[in-house]
Each structure stands twice: as structure tokens, then as C-alpha cells.
Design a protein around this ligand. Structure first.
Ligand code: KIV
Length: 262
């Protein structure tokens, strides 16, 4: 997979699938799957580190997660998230972050929004760094929204997202994540763009979809976003397996002779 494949998929009407991943073990499993791309999302802050938002992850943490995923995800197209504010401190600082993530093995970087950092997107694209945009609900703006809220529900807000999507395409991004916006708006943006849209909570009219891996595996014990689907009950499977291990240890059936050295 490459950015050219993303563009071809759109022109050929082929839907794209992406998932997040943050570690080597799951990356090795994803390498055996047919998914088109992996995002080392800054959602690692929440999913892997238990923070309340994505704001707490820094460049060094993103570098470590990216490197681990790249080591396991042989042959997969890997996009790494630019952390909170890392692309808002000028071109040089943004290029330093992108340099770290790309030399950790990412094939592209993703950043939220466009207004106020058009120059950064343009310079990264001109420097040969594939850039993925992210519009709609931008988790790094959670405090400005007053919570994780659906965006673009009224006319002005919707028109503003359409405008930003066109701006990102013009600046040379190869795809745009549309998060938590009405399905009709996502469909309108998708129809207006040459580059693919990758939806999460944006309905079926996008060119592709992305989910957080732990959500689709049903690993989340206490929260299930409306837009997500559990393709397995991972949390039950893990809790059950560990309980059976505990029982086997305590009743003396683990380890067996075959599981012991002579
Ligand atoms: O960090 C992340 O997981 C993301 C997805 C929600 C697209 O940006």
C-alpha cells in the first residue's frame, strides 16, 4: 500500500479499511490481515496509557509506539499521528516531529485541522512527507468543544468543514479522516474531493473506515462508542482465559509434565 494506492482506490471505487495499532504483538497480527493501513494514533494516550484525552502523549511516546508497530507490521502502510501542538509551533518544530516519526518507520503522518498551520502542511508535503488530514471532531480540541461531541451539525459548521477539506486537498494531503460528523455531510465532502475520506463515526458514505483496534476487538469493558462495532468480545475472552489459567495454577493442573523440563 502507498499513497498512490489510496488515490487509485478512490478512483476505482474500492473501499479502504484502516485500524489503529500501538504495539508490536498486535501489529504482527495485523500484518496477516487484509487491512489497507495502520494508524499509530495519539489515541494511544487513552487506550494504552489510560489518560482521559489524547493531549497527554508526546513525541517520544509516539516514536516508541510507531517503532514497535513498524517492527511488527511488515508490508503494511503505517501512518503516525502528530501529537497535540507539535505542528502548531512553526515549520521547523513540525518538521522535527515528522522527522522523528518518519525515521521511526512511519510512511506518513496525520495531523488535526488546517486553519493556522497551512504552511506546515504545505512544507511537509513539499518535503516528501505524505500527510493525512483529520477534520470534524478533532480529539485534540476536546476542551474547546467541552467534550467529545459530534461536529458539523449546523449549516455554518458543516460549511466550515467542507471548506477545510477542500483546503487540505489543495495543500496536497493524500487522504482525510472525518471523525464524528453527520453521515450526509461526510458523503458530501467525499463526493467533492479527489482524495479519499476515511470515516470514523461519519457514516457509510466515506471512501474508507477506521476504528480503534481495541474497540473492534471488544476489549473496552466500560465504554462502547455509538459508531463502533465489536467484531469479537475480546474483554470476555481475555478475562475468561486468565481465570482459567488462575484455576489451573491453583488446582495444580498447570504446568503439566509436558510443560516442564526433564
Ligand atoms: O488517534 C486516533 O485513534 C485517531 C482515529 C480516531 C482516527 O485519530
Amino acid at each position: 500500500m502507498s499513497i498512490q494506492n489510496f488515490l487509485h482506490a478512490k478512483s476505482e471505487g474500492r473501499r479502504l479499511s484502516m485500524v489503529t495499532c500501538y504495539d508490536y504483538t498486535f501489529a504482527r497480527l495485523l500484518a496477516k490481515s487484509p487491512v489497507d493501513g495502520i494508524l499509530v494514533g495519539d489515541s494511544a494516550a487513552m487506550v494504552m496509557h489510560g489518560h482521559a484525552s489524547t493531549l497527554s502523549i508526546n513525541v517520544e511516546m509516539m516514536r516508541l509506539h510507531t517503532e514497535a508497530v513498524v517492527h511488527g507490521a511488515a508490508g503494511k502502510f503505517v501512518v503516525a499521528d502528530m501529537p497535540f501542538l507539535s505542528f502548531r509551533k512553526g515549520i521547523a518544530a513540525a518538521l522535527d516531529t515528522a522527522h522523528i516519526l518518519m525515521t521511526a518507520g512511519a510512511h506518513a503522518v496525520k495531523l488535526e485541522g488546517v486553519d493556522g498551520h497551512e504552511d506546515v502542511v504545505q512544507r511537509m508535503v513539499q518535503s516528501g512527507i505524505p500527510v493525512m488530514g483529520h477534520l470534524g471532531m478533532q480529539p485534540q480540541s476536546v476542551h474547546a468543544y467541552g467534550g467529545f461531541r459530534v461536529q458539523g451539525r449546523n449549516g455554518d459548521a458543516a460549511r466550515d468543514i467542507v471548506r477545510q477539506a477542500a483546503a487540505l486537498e489543495k495543500l496536497g494531503t493524500f487522504a482525510i479522516v472525518l471523525e464524528c460528523i453527520p453521515a450526509t455531510l461526510a458523503q458530501e465532502i467525499t463526493a467533492a474531493l479527489r482524495i479519499p475520506t476515511i470515516g470514523i463515526g461519519a457514516g457509510a458514505g466515506c471512501d474508507g473506515q477506521i476504528l480503534v483496534l481495541q474497540d473492534l476487538l471488544g476489549m473496552n469493558v466500560d465504554f462502547q462508542p455509538k459508531f463502533s462495532r465489536q467484531f469479537m468480545k475480546g474483554s470476555c475472552a481475555v478475562v475468561d482465559a486468565v481465570a482459567r489459567y488462575d484455576e489451573a495454577v491453583k488446582n495444580g493442573t498447570f504446568p503439566s509434565t509436558e510443560e516442564s523440563y526433564s
